[in-house]
Design a protein around this ligand. Structure first.
Ligand code: SF4
Length: 291
């Protein structure tokens, strides 16, 4: 990547405003969303009852070693209720709490494209039928999409805001193996290339702090991702959730975990190595226990 594409080399104007139109020192999705939607938007998480090929045996059993979907799901998203019901409950709750009136429905737990296309259409279109919903965001694995599904999302993206979030966690195959992802980096590259240029926003997730990687390799991740046409990035810190394989691994043989201060410095360094056009959705994992 050329040096002038790095965040460290972007210019600010005389009012300390960066090219993305704010004086925040990195390109944050929250600012971008306000610019394109005219006001703050809020995501409503729904649980559409999906599973994952890394859990049902088609790719593997047991899942990625850090995975526990129950650890981040808000109480209002309940797979026993249909999508319309979950969206209404979520919007009632969030509109009072955050005083917002526009929402993106976030299909978050498990792999939300892991079903036949007709079923996906049924679920996504239920979500989009709510008058306050302006779009959908779909979390999935890169091995759970195909040309047909992407073509359908391309059509939806002509009328709605559509984001697909491909979990990656690391571009280093040795780490993907260690976390039992059951796909390699090339699978992510294929999915991103299949999706790009079709009006669908592309987000990806990574985790910083794996004991399989040096700090240099973690910063290299920023360079690598900068080569691909992704719009957004979620950066999470490695943390150990109870009742995961990672918890057992850690208890059996503890490894180094960053302190909060060390992690903040790492994220700053990481952002300085990332293409500034990539908008940042998250810099640290957090859970609001009130939700
Ligand atoms: S792909 Fe996602 S849902 Fe499936 S096991 Fe890994 S983290 Fe969990």
């Amino acid at each position: 990547m050329k040096k002038d594409t790095l965040l460290t080399n972007v210019n600010i104007n005389e009012n300390n405003v960066f090219p993305w139109g704010t004086n925040r020192r990195y390109n944050a999705f929250v600012d971008y969303a306000k610019q394109i939607f005219g006001s703050r938007i809020q995501k409503v998480i729904v649980d559409a009852g999906f599973t994952c090929p890394n859990r049902d045996g088609s790719k593997g059993y047991g899942g990625c070693i850090y995975c526990n979907n129950e650890s981040f799901k808000p109480r209002y998203s309940d797979p026993e209720k249909n999508i319309i019901n979950q969206v209404e409950t979520g919007i009632n709750f969030l509109s009072k709490r955050y005083k917002v009136d526009k929402f993106i429905v976030y299909f978050q737990p498990y792999s939300n494209t892991y079903a036949p296309l007709e079923h996906l259409k049924f679920l996504y279109e239920q979500a989009l039928s709510h008058p306050q919903v302006i779009g959908i965001s779909i979390g999935t694995r890169p091995d759970c999409v195909d040309e047909e599904k992407i073509e359908y999302l391309e059509q939806l993206a002509r009328d709605y805001y559509v984001t697909i979030e491909y979990g990656l966690e690391s571009p280093h195959d040795k780490t993907l193996k260690w976390i039992n992802r059951q796909h390699d980096f090339n699978k992510w590259v294929d999915a991103v290339n299949m999706t790009a240029g079709k009006g669908i926003h592309i987000c990806s997730h990574i985790i910083l702090g794996f004991p399989t990687e040096s700090k240099t390799e973690m910063l290299e991740t920023a360079y690598i991702l900068s080569q691909y046409p992704i719009d957004y990035l979620k950066i999470h810190h490695l943390h150990i959730v109870e009742n995961t394989i990672l918890e057992k691994k850690y208890r059996d043989k503890p490894f180094y975990l960053f302190t909060y201060k060390e992690y903040l410095q790492l994220v700053i360094d990481f952002l300085q190595h990332l293409k500034p056009e990539i908008k940042i959705q998250t810099t640290i994992s957090q859970r609001n226990l009130d939700l």
